[in-house]
Write a protein that binds this ligand. Structure first.
Ligand SMILES: [Zn+2]
Length: 412
């Protein structure tokens, strides 16, 4: 304890304050420098984020942000976010009645586990974003099939790229990794409820993924499919395949299944697009659990659990792409609205194992409910599969043509 206090008193650097931004509203939270690194006062941080803090016995300290709980222990370089232990580079400290959190809580933990936060290290800004989960109004009638309205608020002023589609500024072609969900011994979901022509998810995802690949190639980008046959690829390997080949975008295709029971279950329908983040809603949690189930079918290769460090490093790499992934998800979701009979269930965030391993903007599209008889029929038809594939491919191409402009700098 004394050592820790001394450690604090040797504070020598004055790091810049943290800016917490929500839309136009800005709050400033002071940051304390020590020789070891930066700290931030738990109470001030929680207040700026609209959360709360509480003491627990034995030097435990808990910060609640919405339904996310982050727990730290004085002097211990680990944090618990929900049920996950996260290694920290510095321990939490106490100075009198003040509890100090390592700055990593701001730069890593909250964006990762809080849901709806984005940390920009260049401006030292923690942004609270409110557009993460959004349900779209019904699509406009006809006419504007493949160009969704510009995404992300200010996106309407994004300059259009003048170079041919599919090419990076460097002249290289983009590489899109297309992932057909499930496969081999893992069939994914089956439907529909109440009988009718049987739908098996792994077959639909492969059929649609192949068409997406075809459309993308026609659009001038390179494509890599994680599987082209009825085989099982470990969830973690799907992302790895994408990384190894330096993919620019990762798109995973899936068919949804109802989580409800009783007579309403079979009626559930619609399409939704996910990007990586901690799952927020009950429904997102359900889809996340369902899609992560494939791990059951995997042997050997899949072993991320024993290595929390690689997990968090992974995770921070992905976090840089969070907003890009969100934009891509919105573009795809809006595109689907131009022809899909089901309602838009919006853009969602969830923590899919398949998205977790990829170091690029990554989304997972649930193209409809295989449990609903009408939608199962729709998903089984070649013409619908082609419509879905064309729409996803066009959205990816649109997204890519804005990508470099948005990422900025143009030095990629
Ligand atoms: Zn699936």
């Amino acid at each position: 304890m004394i050592a820790l206090l001394l450690f604090l008193q040797t504070a020598i650097v004055t790091p810049p304050n943290l800016i917490v931004r929500q839309g136009e509203a800005i709050k400033v939270v002071p940051v304390t420098g020590t020789t070891q690194g930066s700290y931030i006062r738990a109470d001030l941080l929680a207040a700026a984020l609209g959360g709360s803090v509480s003491n627990a016995p034995h030097g435990h300290y808990r910060m609640s942000l919405g339904d996310t709980k982050i727990e730290l222990v004085e002097g211990v370089p680990f944090a618990r976010a929900g049920s996950i232990m996260v290694p920290m580079t510095l321990p939490a400290l106490r100075s009198g009645a003040t509890f100090l959190l390592p700055f990593q809580v701001v730069s890593g933990l909250i964006p990762r586990y809080g849901g709806g936060y984005f940390y920009d290290s260049s401006t030292r800004e923690l942004r609270i974003f409110t557009t993460v989960t959004r349900n779209y109004p019904p699509p406009p009638p006809a006419a504007t099939p493949n160009l969704p309205p510009a995404v992300g608020g200010g996106g309407s002023s994004t300059p259009r790229a003048s170079r041919p589609r599919g090419l990076k500024r460097s002249g290289q072609r983009y590489l899109v990794v297309v992932d057909a969900g499930h496969g081999g011994p893992d069939p994914g979901m089956t439907g529909p409820i109440g009988g009718g022509p049987k739908l098996i998810e792994k077959h639909i995802t492969l059929a649609v993924a192949r068409l997406v690949a075809q459309e993308l190639r026609t659009g001038g980008v390179n494509v890599l499919m994680t599987r082209t046959t009825d085989t099982l690829i470990a969830l973690s390997d799907r992302g790895r395949i994408a990384n190894r080949n330096k993919g620019d975008v990762f798109v995973s295709i899936h068919v949804n299944a109802t989580g409800s029971r009783g007579s309403s279950a079979a009626r559930e329908r619609g399409y939704e697009t996910y990007f990586l983040a901690e799952a927020r809603s009950e429904d997102a949690l359900r889809v996340e659990r369902m899609e992560n189930e494939a791990v059951r079918f995997e042997t050997g290769a899949y072993a991320p659990k024993g290595d929390p460090l690689s997990f968090i490093i992974n995770d921070m790499a992905q976090n840089e792409h969070l907003r890009e992934s969100n934009d891509l998800a919105e573009t795809i979701q809006q595109g689907m609205g131009t022809f899909h009979p089901g309602p838009s269930r919006g853009v969602q965030q969830a923590n899919f194992a398949v998205l977790r391993g990829s170091y690029m903007p990554a989304v997972l599209v649930e193209i409809g409910f295989g449990t609903n008889r009408d939608e199962a029929e729709f998903l089984s038809e070649y013409t619908s599969q082609r419509e879905i594939a064309t729409s996803i491919a066009r959205s990816v191409l649109d997204y890519l043509s804005h990508y470099e402009a948005r990422v900025g700098g143009g030095t990629r």
